[in-house]
Design a protein around this ligand. Sequence first.
Ligand SMILES: *[C@@H]1O[C@H](CO)[C@@H](O)[C@H](O)[C@H]1NC(C)=O
Length: 127
Amino acid sequence: MQDQPTYKLILWSLVTLSSLLCQGWAAKCAANDHAPTVQQTQVETTDPPKYMVEVRNSCPMCPVINVHLKCGSFPQALVSPRLLKVLAFDDCVVNAGLPLQPLQKLSFNYSHNKFLLRPTIWYFQCE
Ligand SMILES: *[C@@H]1O[C@H](CO)[C@@H](O)[C@H](O)[C@H]1NC(C)=O
């Protein structure tokens, strides 16, 4: 009974501290804010056409890791797994899951009918 206030104080401090930390992260780049972007540009009107893909970390403050894309039945043979690794149907990971630095762009080309590519999962590494 005697040390209950201390316990409460510690608990209160922890709660306050963790909410401050969360706000700090949110102020940098929150999960749904600054989502990585995927841009596809047709660069050759051959048959099959050729597309240039640019995946960009649009957060100006923090690296982003583990960027997964919805990628349909994208064949691994079209691209180096170092750039885009096909894990399963509709699940591809960019840059082997390694960080894209703030505003860094990763680019690759493929020759095939267009695949829809869009980010599904990513994690910011804000300090
Ligand atoms: C993709 O193709 C474009 C146009 O041919 C070229 O400028 C660019 O360097 C290519 N990118 C890569 C990563 O090969």
